[in-house]
Design a protein around this ligand. Structure first.
Ligand code: SF4
Length: 459
């Protein structure tokens, strides 16, 4: 019983978080930056911060994640980190030769008050950015928000600092990816190709963090949204932001800078959210939905109909990031399951609003985000109302073990399993994978608990 100190009695807490259901902003900024082709993320802070961000991403993706750091010491902490960052820019371009450096701040540089806009402008004015190379930045103070906020800030920075509006509109649609796996980004591109719609997807970590093994190390893998594509987003006819927390800020930045109209959608996880995505994309581009996509949807419906008896009424607790939890909760309801406890450490009123709308179909469900929404609270809720299934990142394994609950790893970070970066959970095929995982967990438990005379070969 690793969590034996978790009490059943829930008390209001204001100044204490126990086992947070989130991590720090720069991790999200670093992940987003890896979705630009030829980009080296740069952490403006101490070496320890950068090591933590890199190691978390490396453990989740099982790929080496490259990033640079301003390597703050006591001097930078007192006098500011400008000199460190300017020296780092020189070193990075001369030694590592990226096309882009994407700088994000950290708790320390934000507390000192370093102004990344001013420092990167000085670098440009001083001629430290070679011809054809770029530097962008995002402010990511980790004492507010979460890794999701950091991701959103860096993606908004890409839109704001790269998009250019010319007089010539391009017949293309921007798809702004909320925080999703490389496999999900690949699936979004596949669906757009099937629909016959030209898109610019950004960021795009496919072929960066799921690049094939070729026997040769590529410092900058071939994937990622290119600078030319990012510039062209200002001329697109429309933007679709997949996620109101992690993607919408970039769509707002694009509208403000280049007057590109946008629509915010839930991430296409599960049948209803995927329906809305496919319809929005086909309507924006003026195309009809091809039979192959309709057939994928039909297969998902067929699985659900065939296996309904194993799903009906099963109670689920879930935790993680808001843009995934919103459509995932809706999908569980579409499967006739009962989401009863939902926790996200990422703050923001949009989560509460969407959850209230979705959970009208599940009156009495507990949900909380932001301050006080932590793993300890989730465990307490589970002790008070046990569940049949737990869904969340690797940190949920302690609760699952102590309470003996079937557990599906989903979200970020997953440190003890693979598959998430290779198999999508978005779209109808992603929905099929999710149902398969849910059924596998529930039916394995049914087998394990069955009395000998009730142990069935055919289920
Ligand atoms: S000090 Fe701040 S930025 Fe650095 S690792 Fe900790 S939370 Fe993240």
């Amino acid at each position: 019983m690793l969590l034996r100190h978790t009490t059943k009695e829930v008390k209001e807490r204001e100044g204490l978080t126990i086992n947070p259901a989130k991590t720090c902003q720069p991790i999200g900024a670093m992940y987003a930056a890896l979705g630009i082709h030829g980009c080296l993320p740069h952490s403006h802070g101490s070496q320890g911060c950068c090591s933590y961000h890199r190691s978390t991403l490396t453990r989740h993706y099982k790929e080496p994640v490259m990033a640079a750091t301003s390597s703050f010491t006591e001097g930078a902490s007192v006098f500011g980190g400008q000199a460190n960052l300017l020296a780092a820019i020189d070193t990075i371009f001369s030694v590592y030769n990226p096309d882009i450096i994407a700088v994000h701040s950290t708790c320390l540089s934000e507390t000192i008050g370093d102004d990344l806009q001013q420092i990167t402008k000085k670098a440009k004015d001083d001629g430290k950015i070679p011809e054809g190379k770029h530097i962008i930045y995002a402010s990511t103070p980790s004492f507010v928000g979460s890794h999701v906020t950091g991701y959103a800030n860096m993606v908004a920075g890409m839109a704001d600092q790269f998009a250019v509006s010319t007089d010539e509109k391009k017949n293309q649609i921007n798809i702004i990816a909320g925080w999703m796996e490389p496999s999900d980004m690949r699936e979004i591109k596949r669906l757009s190709t099937e629909l016959g719609v030209k898109i610019v997807l950004f960021p795009d970590t496919s072929n960066v963090l799921d690049a094939p093994q070729t026997g040769k190390h590529e410092f900058y893998p071939k994937g990622g949204t290119t600078v030319e594509e990012l510039k062209s987003t200002g001329d697109s006819i429309r933007s679709l932001a997949l996620g109101c927390i992690s993607a919408e800020p970039a769509a707002i930045a694009l509208e403000k800078k280049c007057k590109v109209p946008f629509e915010t959608l839930d991430m296409p996880i599960g049948i209803s959210a995927t329906d809305r995505f496919i319809m929005a994309l086909s309507q924006a581009a003026g195309v009809t939905v091809p039979d192959d996509i309709t057939a994928d949807r039909g297969r998902l419906v067929d699985i659900i109909a065939d296996m309904e008896q194993y799903l009906f009424g099963k109670k689920v607790a879930l935790f993680g990031d808001p843009d995934q939890l919103i459509p995932l909760t809706e999908f569980l309801l579409d499967l006739n399951m009962k989401p009863v406890h939902i926790v996200s450490g990422t703050p923001g009123q949009r989560f509460e609003k969407r959850m209230k709308e979705i959970l009208q179909r599940a009156p009495g469900a507990n949900f909380k985000n932001g301050l006080g929404a932590d793993m300890f609270l989730l465990h307490q809720w589970i002790k008070n109302e046990p569940v049949d299934l737990l869904i969340g990142n690797t940190y949920g394994k302690y609760i699952a073990r102590d309470e003996d609950i079937p557990f599906i790893r989903y979200g970020f970070p997953i440190l003890d399993r693979i598959g998430h970066s290779y198999f999508p959970s978005v779209g109808y095929t992603g929905g099929m994978r999710l149902v398969e995982k849910i059924l596998g967990a529930l039916m394995d438990r049914q087998d394990r608990d069955a009395l000998e005379e009730k142990f069935e070969l055919v289920m």
